[in-house]
Design a protein around this ligand. Structure first.
Ligand code: NAP
Length: 249
């Protein structure tokens, strides 16, 4: 841990941590002295990811976790329970994008596309969080961050002139709107506990999903997730945030 802060005793799980915003989120959280459990679809990729972070002095441990696979989710929860007995931070980062770009013809969006995107961006988040909630309840200050998108904002989609008004991709957008509904419902349920649940819009970020056309670099793209993961006791819950600003649902 030479070049980083000393270990805080906190444990964070980041899904889809092998690249893009997830990798950078794990790096930035790890640099604060948090033990980061880096989840990737394959064991080999998870191990390579943990090795890269360990080489930077971060306490990173690999977890094989395809978020859509029930057996993987159960195994991840079991292993975290056995090793740590709690989970302080869950970053539901893994996500998939549209295969067709911004398809303005809503009738052309197939059932398969909607099911594929919802499987990862919505159903897997609900299932994984359910599996891990008992461990988050054991934390002194559990934090759940759901990686949403400004494209999930129904208010902005319905507002002519908003930055996303002309960028409509039904399956992806609806998956993030559903995820936002989950954030609101779970935050309500947990409002009398120390656990905070928020949706993050990272910005339009240069990743495989965001493409090279995106204006934001990855380090800045991870900042919203990191800030919501590190919220103090007075921080918000049940909100939709981007770089410290609240977004409309
Ligand atoms: P990315 O570079 O495409 O990375 C996506 C990550 O999710 C990869 O690690 C991928 O793993 C993982 N993943 C996908 N399906 C998975 C599954 N079933 N199980 C486990 N891992 C899975 O995307 P990103 O830009 O970093 O996006 C991260 C999050 O931010 C996503 O939820 C995205 O919707 C959201 N977001 C991104 C932007 C942007 O501009 N980039 C904007 C708004 C919101 P593999 O390598 O195995 O595919």
């Amino acid at each position: 841990m030479a070049q980083n802060a000393s270990n805080t005793g906190k444990v964070a799980l980041i899904t889809g941590a092998n690249r893009g915003i997830g990798f950078e989120t794990a790096k930035q959280l790890g640099e604060t002295g948090i033990t980061v459990l880096v989840a990737a679809r394959s064991r080999k990729t998870a191990e390579e990811t943990a090795s890269k972070l360990k080489a930077q002095g971060i306490d990173a441990q690999p977890i094989q976790l395809d978020v859509t696979n029930p057996a993987d989710r159960a195994a991840a929860a079991k292993s975290i329970a056995e090793k740590f007995g709690k989970l302080d931070i869950l970053i539901n980062n893994a996500g998939v994008g549209s295969s067709t770009g911004f398809a303005l013809v809503v009738a052309d969006v197939t059932d398969e596309e909607i099911q594929r995107i919802f499987a990862t961006n919505f159903f897997a988040v609900v299932s994984l969080t359910r599996e891990l909630l008992p461990l988050l309840r054991k934390s002194e200050a559990g934090r759940i961050v759901n990686l949403s998108s400004i494209l999930g904002s129904l208010t902005l989609h319905a507002t002519p002139g908003s930055p996303i008004y002309d960028f409509k991709s039904l399956a992806y957008d609806a998956s993030k709107s559903a995820l936002n509904a989950y954030t609101i419902h779970l935050a309500y349920e947990l409002k009398d506990t120390p656990i905070k649940v928020n949706s993050a819009h990272p910005g339009w970020v240069k990743t495989e999903m965001g493409t090279d056309a995106a204006p934001m670099e990855i380090p800045e793209g991870a900042q919203t997730s990191v800030a919501l993961a590190l919220l103090g006791p007075d921080g918000p819950t049940g909100q939709f945030m981007h770089l410290g600003q609240e977004l409309p649902w």
